[in-house]
Ligand binder design. Structure first.
Ligand SMILES: [Zn+2]
Length: 69
C-alpha cells in the first residue's frame, strides 16, 4: 500500500474500472486493463479525494501476429 506524498496517509483505493486500448483501429492490438485509482482520504490534506496514483492490471492483450510485413 502506498502513502500520500503530501501527508503520508495510506492511500485508499477507488472502485476499479476497465480501460480498453487499441480497439478503435484494427492495426493496434486490443489491450484491456483493470485500473485502480488511489486517492488520499485525509480531509486535511491538499490531495484530499484527488487521485494520487493508479495501479494498472493487465487483463487481456491481443496477440499482434496477423501482420507479417
Ligand atoms: Zn494526503
Amino acid at each position: 500500500m502506498e502513502l500520500c506524498p503530501k501527508c503520508k496517509t495510506q492511500l485508499r483505493i477507488r472502485q476499479p474500472r476497465m480501460v480498453v486500448e487499441g480497439d478503435k483501429s484494427p492495426d493496434t492490438p486490443t489491450t484491456v486493463y483493470l485500473v485502480q485509482e488511489q486517492f488520499c482520504a485525509n480531509p486535511h490534506c491538499v490531495e484530499y479525494k484527488q487521485t494520487v496514483d493508479e495501479i494498472k492490471h493487465l487483463l487481456y492483450a491481443e496477440k499482434d501476429d496477423s501482420h507479417d510485413h
